[in-house]
Write a protein of this length. Structure first.
Length: 86
């Protein structure tokens, strides 16, 4: 059952991060991937600060923060590549 929660949290986190950073979601599969990678990144970042979460809401917040950071990094790289190509 926890695997299903990870997928649901990943989809929600990717969707919320997409709305916050880009203005729209990216589709179910991309939202899932962004949310899962964001969950790992958010867990690592929160761990650096000594913050732990144990509830579904806490895991969702961690995943959203990580997904926002991930999209921010991808945006920086994308802008850098676009500047070199023009």
């Amino acid at each position: 059952m926890s695997f299903i929660w990870y997928i649901i949290i990943g989809i929600l986190a990717g969707f919320v991060a997409g709305k916050l950073m880009h203005g729209g979601g990216f589709g179910l599969i991309v939202n899932l991937v962004v949310g899962i990678i964001g969950g790992v990144l958010g867990g690592w970042l929160f761990g650096l600060f000594g913050i732990t979460t144990s509830s579904i809401i806490g895991n969702l917040i961690t995943s959203v923060v990580g997904a926002v950071v991930l999209l921010w990094i991808v945006g920086l790289i994308s802008r850098s590549v676009n500047r070199r190509n023009t």
